[in-house]
Design a protein around this ligand. Structure first.
Ligand code: GDP
Ligand code: MG
Length: 157
């Protein structure tokens, strides 16, 4: 999976990223945040929270009938999660590419995890999913609208 694109509307794209309970327990939250910061994305919301089953059901509604779903709920509610919203150019596609799979070396999952059931991070899989997921995890007023000063250095001015 690669990330590219050129439509100006993509500049303001937002996505939901979760540092899952294993990331918090293993003290990997900083490393995960750092990957997105270094890339040049802008953090617009972040919080630590204990998730309940209702939120997991909404977030993973399309997986409810999978055999591993009870294990997924137990995992996601096993301890606190750090939820973040990142903004930037093609951020949905880029973030998915950066998150990768447990068996793709060089990605966040490939570098920080060894098993699909403890894969440290979530990222929304499309612009539409991202909007829906951001609304599940954040109130509108928890998103901070701020201007980053690096614009001309990170993007073509
Ligand atoms: P993602 O979009 O890359 O996160 O992957 P999926 O949408 O397929 O699955 C969502 C999440 O469910 C994954 O990130 C894993 O945390 C979990 N999951 C997926 N497959 C399995 C599995 O076979 N066993 C377990 N225990 N968890 C799984
Ligand atoms: Mg998925």
């Amino acid at each position: 999976l690669r990330c590219y694109g050129s439509a100006p509307s993509e500049l303001q794209e937002k996505t939901l990223v979760l540092a899952k309970p294993d990331a918090v327990q293993r003290r990997l939250v900083g490393s995960i945040i750092q990957r997105f910061e270094r890339r040049g994305f802008k953090l617009v919301a972040m919080k630590l929270l204990q998730v309940d089953q209702g939120l997991v059901d909404r977030h993973y509604q399309e997986l409810r009938h999978k055999p591993f779903y009870p294990a997924l709920v137990a995992y996601m509610t096993s301890g606190p999660v750090v939820a973040m919203v990142w903004e930037g150019y093609n951020v949905v596609r880029c973030t998915r590419a950066m998150v990768g799979d447990t068996d793709s070396v060089g990605t966040i999952r490939g570098d920080l995890s060894v098993h699909i059931s403890r894969n440290v991070v979530h990222a929304s899989d499309s612009v539409e999913t991202a909007q829906r997921e951001i609304d599940f995890w954040f109130q509108r007023d928890e998103l901070v609208n701020w201007e980053s000063r690096d614009w001309g250095h990170t993007y073509r001015a």
